[in-house]
Design a protein around this ligand. Structure first.
Ligand SMILES: [Zn+2]
Length: 257
């Protein structure tokens, strides 16, 4: 991990938003890099200061009332529809995703490793592991929203690129949120979609190789993985969704350009 990546991820580390693997990497970097260590110490100090009672004040009742009146009345939630609050959505995910995730981790643990996997197979393995972790931990989404105009700006300042974010709800693939992840030794954008009972993770980062659209479907530990390059982005799509439907989803991403 280099200092640029560390600077991006240390906020997530501070807030306990990273998964275990990324947490350990940033921890190691902070221990070894004096510059990042002092930056992290400054962040810690600032957080401590902000918790200080001295910096808090109670808003006057009149102001509270004024703000409350200025806010729109919340629309009633459709039954069976998605609520964009994480708390409301997570239990539904957990109910079907957790047993699958546990099964997958067992599969990962007992699956024989092939000798000297190619770079791409390594990446596919990393992508699947991240997908599984995202379903297991309470870390599927940092920003939970079906609104692409909420999800896209959320990545601003967290990554050194701006990932394209599109909702494909009208085609049956609903954007439900996004988060920061760590793949191939760099911070990446992860977009979360839902199709029926299936969760799809789309990992994205700027492509380093030639910009030709290489596409591939393969099955890795029972998950379908598709890689495509589109609009200068390397995209890895992973889900337990069948390959036919996952290909349909990848086609939507490709068509968006
Ligand atoms: Zn550093």
């Amino acid at each position: 991990m280099n200092c640029d990546d560390a600077r991006i991820l240390m906020h997530g580390h501070l807030d306990g938003e990273l998964d275990l693997a990324a947490d350990l990497e940033i921890q190691r970097h902070i221990e070894e890099c004096p510059r990042c260590a002092s930056e992290y110490a400054a962040l810690l100090a600032m957080r401590t200061r902000l918790k200080d009672e001295e910096f808090r004040f109670e808003a006057p009742a009149a102001l509270k009332e004024k703000i409350r009146r200025a806010l729109p009345t919340p629309a009633p939630v459709r039954s069976g529809g998605y609520q964009s609050r994480r708390g409301a959505w997570m239990p539904r995910v957990a109910r079907f995703a957790l047993p699958l995730a546990v099964g997958a981790v067992l599969a990962l643990a007992i699956a024989p490793r092939t000798i000297g996997p190619s770079i791409d197979q390594q990446l596919a393995g990393e992508v699947v592991a991240s997908h599984v972790r995202s379903l297991m931990a309470t870390h599927l989404m940092d920003v939970a929203s079906t609104d692409q105009h909420t999800v896209k700006p959320w990545f601003n300042g967290k990554l050194d690129f701006s990932p394209p974010v599109t909702d494909f709800a009208k085609d049956g693939f609903t954007l439900v949120g996004g988060r920061l992840d760590y793949i191939d030794g760099r911070p990446v954008a992860a977009l979360v979609y839902q199709h029926g009972k299936h969760v799809i993770n789309v990992f994205m980062w700027p492509t380093t190789g030639d910009a030709t659209s290489a596409e591939r479907i393969e099955t890795e530990h029972g998950y379908n993985v598709e890689q495509l390059t589109v609009a200068g982005m390397t995209c890895w799509v992973v889900s337990d969704l069948n390959s036919l439907e996952l290909d349909k989803f990848a086609e939507l991403i490709r068509a968006r350009g």
